[in-house]
Write a protein that binds this ligand. Sequence first.
Ligand SMILES: [Zn+2]
Length: 547
Amino acid sequence: MFMATILLAGCQPESKELKLTKFIDKHVARVKPLAKELNLAYWQAANSGKEEDYDKSSSLELKIRKIYSNKGDFAFLKNMKESGQIKDQLLSRQLLVLYNSYLPNQIEPKLTKQLVELGTQIEKNFSTFRGKIGVQELSDNQIREILKTETNSAKRKEAWEASKQVGEVVAKDLIKLVKLRNEAARKVGFDNFHTMRLTLGQQDVKEVDKIFQELYELTNDPFAKVKLDLDEILSEKYRLDIMGVMPWHYHDPFFQETPLVLEVNLDKYYEGKDVVKLAREFFYGIDLPADTIIARSDLFEREGKNPHAFSSDIDKEGDVRILCNVKNNEQWMETLLHELGHAVYDKNHDPKVPYILREPAHSFTTEAIAMMFGRQSRNAGWMQEMLGLSASQKTEIEKVCSQYAKMKQLIFARWAMVMYEFEKQLYANPDQDLNGLWWDLVDKYQLVNKPAGRNKPDWAAKIHFTIAPCYYHNYAMGELLASQLDNYISRNILKEENPSYAGEKKIGSFLKARVFEPSAVYYWNHMIERATGEKLTAKYFVEQFVK
Ligand SMILES: [Zn+2]
């Protein structure tokens, strides 16, 4: 009897879980060295700026994409997913991540080619188009400069109109692209492209809707007040009736940034300081040492080098680096803290977590960590401790910065609502009156007056619809999570109102245990709930910035 059981077990077909495990092992063995090679190639290209280095990086990218377009592999994963027999939590999370990576690469090559070509065409139109005032062509920077400095309303209006002209040039193609994206999404089983993008990013439209609805309700009154104050300042500045403040009076073509009505320049506090040293000391002090990261990083300006900043987890085995172009000013202090925030997240993944899950829970969760640390460069308490400032200097910084942060965060949050809602409706029905929809949303969320009789594709002038579709909401969600984590750390870890993070080792232990080490083992909202006791909520963002 005993023997028989053993024999029977030996003859059983392989379980689905075992098959999947073997598949994953084989997949990781192929992808892991290529991914490392790609990250190194991209790093090299960003540092050298050389064409051949960029070519190497894109050819590796194609090689990896080819793996993910394999039809047989996708059919295998689909079968696993639909079988309901993958019960092990780690396996089923890996299956989901793999499935979501394979799926968008299953779109037929002809359609993919059309999507890429049309997208590139529109992007090219964006980069070559110049807005005009009369016959004079203007660069983007020139238009922005006018919107910042010009005091004559008629001239401001012309510049604002010039900033929207690109919309008329690209709108038709963009609607065509939206329909093509929808077609591709329908072929792989989704209602439309927006639903596909969110689902593949492990976001449920209803769940994101709920978070945005909460943010909308909680910011309605405070935003209306801030907006009224702002309109008062602007109407005085431009000698208008307050009802006469129009979109061209806000210093930014989309009113997504804070108009220059508050003087906040903290550079004098960072002048003559070594911001790299400050960042190193800070992260060391909170038990998230960044010394090995900094040692591998490329921090200073050089000819040909990428002028921006990013963090890269080269191999998911501890080689994490950042690229910056540091100067000793406030903006670079913020950027350094931001990029090192991404980097310490990656550096502290648990090496025992399977390779496929050894990454942040979501792109917006790593953004949240980066934002939370980046905000410190303007935090009066942090500045006092790190820069050795006096109590009166601290008070002075606090006064300007809190007012500025409130305005900045509210303006951005309301703008992100326009973007999220518009994109959702754009993909749901690209044949509707999009020009009208855009202004309805701008009016509803940003409280900005529509110019009388305006019926132009002003929405299409926002390049994100073309190059980074259905992603914008993640910036807002990152800000919300940054505030939620900050609140949890203050109340439950440090047990202080408005603490300075400097020197608080408990921050590192908390983040490592609850956020960094779990990597992508849990669904993002589950991770957030495990870390803070609540799912993602707008509450703490509002509490922090709307006092
Ligand atoms: Zn970032």
